[in-house]
Design a protein around this ligand. Sequence first.
Ligand code: AHR
Length: 332
Amino acid sequence: MSARKHIIRTAGLAAVGVLSIGLVACSGGDDGASGDGEGGTATIGFVAVGPEGAWREANENNIQETFTEDAGYELKFAPATNNDQKSQIDSFTTFVDEGVDLILLSATEATGWEDSLEYAAEAEIPVVLLDRGIEPDNTDLYVTRIAPNNVEVSSAVAEWAEGEFPDGANYFTLEGPAGVSVVNERNEGFDAVIGDNSDFTKLGAQTANWTTDEGRSVIETVLKSNDNDVQFIFAQNDEMGIGAAQAVTEAGLTPGEDVKIASIDATKNGMEALAAGELSFVAEYNPLFGEIALDVVEKTLAGEEVEPSIVVESATFDSSEAAEEALPDRKF
Ligand code: AHR
């Protein structure tokens, strides 16, 4: 039995149309793809997050490997300094002042972007959001957001947990940093399923800043303060889930038996942890959407319509067998 399920959500048929046409154009036929659509080079400013973990590395490498000179682009990569929003805003402003053709933005913080986005709009420079959203979500200020659906992905985790614990469980949530859009969306999707289930007791939630070390130290404390009476941990990314599994083991418990851990991303490390039984469920948050972004940028620079939200297909993996089956051809 295949243990993979697909979470596929598109914003509408047009989105699928855009994607299929774009992918043909990007296949490098005779006319090939060219950034500005007239054989010239388009300059793209990429306001990025920078070093953060395996998912981010895969995503930002994929974007840089896609927007190449051969594809008709000059990509200016501007990672944040220590995840600091001010450094992103400074890079964003510089790109507007330089008059780039388009800005790609993966925001370290959900809020605080209105002035920057207005500044780009006044300069008629389109902005495309990658992965991270902004709050309030003013779609007049950007072309589209390209990302898997965080609410769907985290609801899939909660649905798995309800099936795994028919009589409920005591659980704890390891979150990404406060103020990040995907953290809010993942809480929203998880709570939409389990929030009303009185058999589940939320012991608490705390950020572990996407890292294994902090995931381990937080769960060490949670297990001690609850006398190990914790059955389920929802980790909002693989690195934190792997840290939680380390803490469970160090407490003399067995991950996958005494405490089940579910995480999001499905990076190679996460899938190896799933195959080893350290994690029990992994929902993919697919980072490889460079081709989709290229299609969107081409359409935008050609003045064509683009859906306001483009959802990247993701899958879920609910067993070690599923992980072992998927691991050989994992690309991130
Ligand atoms: O925004 C995506 C999240 O950021 C990933 O789930 C996490 O691993 C990354 O740091």
